[in-house]
Design a protein around this ligand. Structure first.
Ligand code: ADQ
Length: 459
């Protein structure tokens, strides 16, 4: 078995439960092959443009090597906060209005990818298989190839790929899309993303779209496919059985015994549709007064990328909306919205899902959205809650038995939430059973095997 080398912006220690399902799943594959995980340490080194001298730190744990490199402060600003999160993230989520194209971030984004390639190459063995993750590292393979790497290299994009005319707004779109051809396999979350990739290649690039996911261009053969990421269902269910989750569940049930809980768990990000969700919830209280003094929305929004301007605006907007809803509808003994602007410990999250009758997973655009799958995994099959899911989440392609909504349509979403709150037990069970079959069949281990099998056979 060839050694697996995973490369991503940040490295997670797969042994720590806080690392999450993705780290656990990749951890399995890394352990099986005695592999390596390479990425940024998270440290912004206080050196001036001396990035190439920064050392690689390696630690070995249970047969897996974690290798990290620091990045100099200016590069972090331009590569991470700048090009990755103020250009690629908004555009790939269809938000051209929020993209900052003029700041000249692209050169440093490229430079950090060159740095990664230079630091990684000496650590590689000739038959290693390399799996690169996400938008921070699109040009990594082309930088590795420029240094002579002949490795098998795959890339997985965790976020959506927009239609060609949106992508084309990025001044460097030709370079970015061409850079993908240095990979042997490129994986997307959904069929919609794959279709956008094909359309881009037909409309904007001189690439031969050979069909069946094969693309011939720039002197290379590239395979592309949809590999919807799944959940480690058993790991997450086991988390729900843990002491913290059980205690949290008991507390929530006691506190909210007379209420119906709705839950939202997100990073505080404009792609997640949080203001739209709160407006829909307000419309629910307005249109269906029986929910007053009864329905309580617990919305957890973890702080995220606070160095990027658009996030501060969103935070202020949300605080205003929550305050207005609570002010308009709250009673001495009932507040409609409990808004928590913190990261809740992963081991408590399952309790929040389990205590809730309805989950609101209503992003404006999302690569997949694992919260939707997590909510389903820990419901009581005999009395399950209902998932209200945006049709614009990648997960909607798979989770057809959720209550699908258009989060931009406030009243329709409010009607859908009411429908979910009122859904009879037998229908809840039927839907939940079908959704569980789907997330069990296409779990994170299936995703990892599909991708790696296709990568090792590609060519
Ligand atoms: P994210 O945008 O981070 O990931 P998502 O898949 O919804 O989105 O969540 C990732 C994890 O973070 C989940 O395990 C969730 O429980 C946890 N989480 C979110 N908010 C939290 C909070 N407030 N407190 C504690 N934990 C929280 C990107 C893409 C997604 C894609 C994933 C995986 O944007 O579309 O599904 O990668 O590919």
């Amino acid at each position: 078995m060839p050694r697996l080398v995973v490369v991503s912006n940040r490295v997670a220690d797969p042994r720590k439960p806080a690392a999450g399902g993705l780290a656990v799943a990749l951890g399995d594959a890394l352990r099986e092959s005695g592999g390596m995980w390479f990425g940024w340490s998270g440290i912004a080194a206080d050196v001036r443009d001396g990035a190439s001298d920064l050392p690689v730190r390696t630690q070995r744990h249970g047969g897996v090597t974690l290798a990290t490199v620091d990045i100099c402060r200016d590069d972090v600003q331009a590569y991470y906060f700048g090009y990755s999160n103020a250009v690629l993230w908004p555009v790939f989520h269809y938000r051209l209005d929020l993209a900052d194209f003029d700041a000249g971030y692209a050169d440093r984004y490229r430079r950090v990818n060159q740095l990664f390639a230079r630091k990684l190459l000496p650590l590689l063995r000739p038959d290693d298989v390399i799996w690169v993750h996400d938008y921070h590292l699109i040009p990594l393979a082309s930088e590795l190839r420029a240094l002579g790497s002949g490795h098998r290299i795959g890339f997985f994009l965790h976020i959506p790929l927009p239609p060609p005319l949106i992508l084309a707004a990025i001044p460097e779109h030709d370079w970015l899309m061409r850079a993908l051809f240095a990979y042997d396999l490129v994986g997307f979350q959904s069929q919609a993303d794959l279709t956008h990739f094909e359309s881009y290649m037909l409309q904007e690039a001189r690439v031969d779209v050979a069909g069946d996911g094969l693309f011939l261009g720039f002197g290379r053969r590239l395979r592309a496919g949809a590999f919807p990421i799944g959940l480690d269902v058993r790991e997450f269910q086991a988390l729900a059985e843990g002491r913290d989750a059980r205690e949290t569940l008991a507390t929530l049930r006691e506190q909210y015994s007379r209420r119906q809980l709705l839950v939202g768990v997100d990073r505080l990000d404009y792609s997640k549709g949080l203001p739209q969700r709160l407006r829909a919830f307000r419309s629910l209280l307005l249109r269906y007064p029986e929910n007053r003094n009864r329905a309580t929305l617990i919305q957890v929004a973890a702080p995220s990328r606070e160095g990027v301007g658009a996030y501060a605006d969103l935070k202020a907007e949300l605080e205003g909306l929550c305050g207005a809803i609570n002010g308009d509808y709250g009673e001495l003994d009932w507040m409609p919205v409990r808004y928590i602007h913190r990261t809740v410990a992963r081991r408590r999250i399952p309790a929040l899902y389990r205590a809730s009758r309805v989950a609101l997973v209503t992003p404006l655009r999302d690569g997949m959205n694992l919260v939707a799958k997590e909510f389903l995994a820990v419901q009581d099959p005999a009395d399950p809650g209902v998932l209200v899911l945006s049709r614009f989440a990648g997960a909607a392609e798979q989770l057809r038995d959720a209550v699908l909504v258009n989060p931009y349509a406030t009243q329709q979403t409010a009607d859908a939430i009411q429908f979910a709150l009122q859904m009879p037990l037998d229908e809840r069970r039927r839907r939940h059973e079908r959704l569980m079959a789907e997330i069990r069949q296409h779990d994170v281990h299936w995703w990892r095997r599909q991708f790696l099998d296709t990568l090792t056979q590609a060519g």
